[in-house]
Design a protein around this ligand. Sequence first.
Ligand SMILES: [Zn+2]
Length: 338
Amino acid sequence: MSDFSIGVDLGGTNLRIAAVSTEGQLLEKITLGVKLALGRDHVIGEMCDAIQRLSDQYRVSGRFIGAGIGVPGIIDMETGMMRKSANLPGWSDYPVRDEIERRLGTRVFLDNDANVAALGEKWLGAARDADNMAMITLGTGIGGAIILNGKIFYGMSGMAGEFGHVTVEPDGVPCGCGNHGCAERYASATAVVRMAREAIASGAAPGLAKAAGSDSEFSAESIYKLAIQGDAEARRIFTRFGQALGILLADLVNILDLDMFVIGGGVVSAWDSFAPKMFAELRERSLVYAASAPEDPLSKKEGASAQISAYTRKKTIITRALLGSDAGLYGAARIPMS
Ligand SMILES: [Zn+2]
């Protein structure tokens, strides 16, 4: 007998729904393709059907506590409405939370996707032993979340943790947010592809040009593959990536002085190619990190035991996320439990 909740991760391509027990056990996970083109009501309908089915199924063995939903966008926490979402046009100013609550007749919590990923890593992942942590998710853009004393720090308007739009280059590349030189213009999947295309256009990147010509899905992943094969231009791009991320981290460490900074998202799989420059930059630019860095931040040791030993010596731990793409599912499921 185990009480459970439902976590939902609404991404740009997939809608994933999981039943998770209060002990953190994944009971069942459903992955549905998101047909955004069919409209908001269609997506919400599919989501509610899946939540209903899972909750009916596991109610036999435990109490259903509620549902948590992670969405890509800025949420008004009081009203449960989406203020703005680049990936979900047509969802703005719609009472998402109240509508789902009405259909399901259960408690529903809505939060930003980066926040739920941080909650997942805090509950069951890399940050289990850190009460104060921040999470940086490297994907299409950069997501960010701050957890203080075990709770998400929302700021006045629910927008705290917009790390992707911190300036790392005063006269840098324009960003959709209206600023120039935002971190996510240099350290995201989109940025990697942009830098590669620019290098190809300059005529100085034959390896990248060849890959782009033969690969219909010329992506950050294909550029990373070239980097690990030793292509100089591909390596330069990930060095630039690491530099921008290091500058961002130096600012965050100086301002927040948290126990742990967890780096997740799809592009974290390119860690080997950007982390050395990231740590070098961080060490050079952050007074706080220089005083609190572990001896070998690039140590291959991962997981809780490594973290605990380092943590008790009051070191600033900067580490990869452990839960991968499931962090958001676990984190969303965690919200109704607290
Ligand atoms: Zn920006």
